[in-house]
Design a protein around this ligand. Structure first.
Ligand SMILES: Cc1ncc(COP(=O)(O)O)c(C=O)c1O
Length: 382
């Protein structure tokens, strides 16, 4: 076997993000490797129960990614093929891909400049332009706890047609839920850069036991009994497939690491809040002078990203790179990505619903720039 160099390198650099791993994560992984069962099984069930308790949500179904979580949740709504689904223009493209793969038509909604997320006014404007939607995928960009119920109302949608993309959400403090959720489906990501990183993985939170049951089957080929329950001592090999499903399950290996990570999450969130306070203090003068604009905050923010709006974003970002400080852009507006531009150009309704504000009009994306907010932020050594 040849060795792979995978250290995120450069001495003295501050990486944009380095996934933290809890003290117990390594032991958790070894426990699963030694157990004889590595795919979806008891660790996934335990992770689901622990997430459910932490987030105050009745049902949690783990899946392979947040993108899959959004797609499966949308499919479970059983909308007509091509049904219009609202989603922010400033979001991760994977969320829009999920709408397309579910067989529906994404309709982009402009965002509020102060929060970088849609507000009831921009949602209503999209509905006026594109007509009544069948559902919406709303996103807590950066960890901002969006009022999803207000957006559903502005869209004329029943709340159970709202799918929340909470990839940036967990770790906030929204009442009991520690993330802004909606009752039908709230989708989490455990991707490497997220507040609760595993590497890859996702979950759907739902208040509806029938939806949870349907998602549990859909994530694993539509089988009525998963492999763990078939191979348990005394289990039966028999199963049926009531509906054609997907291969979107989480492994026990990932779930065991996720459980250790969940224990550490409150401490990491406290550290994020400290770093946010330090950035705020350091930037106070620049904000007062109008050079830097910060998106507005709301109690319960999950501090996934520290976003700043600056006039010469690319020059500042390049300068920080020269000084060994990593930054990122969240996000390039979806309609500026070539594959999506083609899709929207081909669809009159989508094009008309696209935002027209000058500050989302640059082909390199919105002039926001995200600063490192990983736990330390860590100085990396080779
Ligand atoms: C806002 C948002 N939604 C969805 C996703 C997709 O998450 P995953 O990689 O778990 O599919 C991401 C990932 O970067 C994201 O940032």
């Amino acid at each position: 076997m040849t060795a792979v160099t995978n250290t995120v390198s450069t001495a003295g650099a501050v990486a944009f993000t380095v996934p933290p791993f809890a003290a117990g994560a390594r032991d958790a992984a070894l426990r699963v490797l030694d157990s004889g069962w590595v795919t979806t099984g008891p660790e996934c069930a335990a992770f689901e129960a622990e997430l459910s308790a932490y987030l105050g949500q009745p049902h949690v179904v783990t899946v392979a990614s947040c993108t899959q979580a959004i797609e499966l949740s949308l499919r479970a709504l059983r909308l007509d093929p091509g049904a219009p689904v609202l989603t922010p223009s400033l979001t991760f493209s994977g969320a829009v891909a999920a709408i397309v793969h579910a067989g529906y038509r994404p309709v982009l909604v402009d965002i509020d400049e102060t929060t970088l997320t849609p507000n009831p006014r921009t949602v209503a404007a999209a509905v006026r332009r594109a007509g009544r939607p069948a559902a919406m995928v709303s996103c807590d960009l950066g960890g901002y706890p969006v009022d999803h119920a207000a957006l559903a109302e502005a869209a004329g949608l029943p709340y159970r047609r709202m799918v929340v993309d909470a990839a940036h959400g967990p770790g906030g403090d929204v009442g009991r839920t520690r993330a802004a959720t909606a009752p039908y489906a709230t989708c989490l990501s455990f991707y490497a850069t997220k507040n609760l990183p595993i590497g890859e993985g996702g979950a759907v939170l739902t208040h509806d036991g029938d939806v949870a049951g349907a998602l549990r089957a859909a994530r694993l080929h539509g089988m009525t009994r998963d492999a763990w329950r078939r191979y348990l001592p005394g289990g039966s090999w028999r199963y049926d497939v009531e509906e054609v499903g997907f291969k979107a399950n989480l492994t026990d290996l990932s779930a065991a690491i996720g459980r250790a990570q969940l224990d550490a999450l409150p401490g990491w969130q406290a550290r994020r809040a400290e770093l946010v306070a330090r950035y705020d203090a350091a930037l106070r003068g620049a904000v007062r002078a109008g050079v830097v604009t910060l998106p507005s905050r709301h109690p319960g923010h999950a501090f996934h990203l520290y976003q700043v709006r600056i006039p010469r974003r690319d020059a500042v970002s390049d300068g920080l790179t020269e000084h060994g400080v990593g930054t990122s852009v969240h996000f390039i507006p979806v309609h500026h990505l070539r594959g999506y531009a083609r899709l929207f150009d081909a669809d009159e309704l989508c094009t008309r619903a696209c935002p027209t504000r000058p500050w989302t009009a640059s082909s390199s994306g919105s002039p926001t720039c995200s600063r490192p907010l990983s736990r330390r932020p860590r100085r990396l050594t080779c």
